[in-house]
Write a protein that binds this ligand. Sequence first.
Ligand SMILES: [Zn+2]
Length: 196
Amino acid sequence: MFTRLDSVNRIILSVGHGGLSGESYDPGATADSFTENTEAKQITVLLASKLTKNGLTVVLVPDYGLTKTIQYINARYDAHTDWAFEIHKDSIGKFVKASMAKRAGVYYHPTSLESQAIADKMAEVFKANGSNKTSWSRPDTASNHGRLAWIRQPKMLSHLLECGFMQDDLSTASDDFYATIIAQAICTCLGKTYQP
Ligand SMILES: [Zn+2]
């Protein structure tokens, strides 16, 4: 489906925030006693299992903070055969309107047409499989930070995923929903038929 993905045979997954094994710990967004880092980890573990079931080689990187994680993947993995994702949940303040439920998003590199086309396809697959119709693909220049290290610094193709909001449903079923639509999107972009 995408020339850039023809050589990709391995998926690198990193949980957003964290840093238990290295830099000082960053919980990410919080809601009550829940942290974005912990919730993203649950989704990432489910996602890894679904991708493995679909015949993909998956690497779950250790729980380093962002800077060390990028150094780690650049030192060990490949610019052509790897595709890297960092998994997050968004924050929307005190409550989430029902109309915003199940909204997923993917950030891409603003100057790469392939990075954008792949992200656009992923958002399309999200919407076709039950995510909110406002699910999106955006350049990292549209993020709160103006640019995202995860998009700019890895040597391989990289995208950053937002799996709904910390103020929305945090159940295991919700984690499984996001893991499923992301696995579906990755398989579709790689030209594979997703197997549940
Ligand atoms: Zn985050």
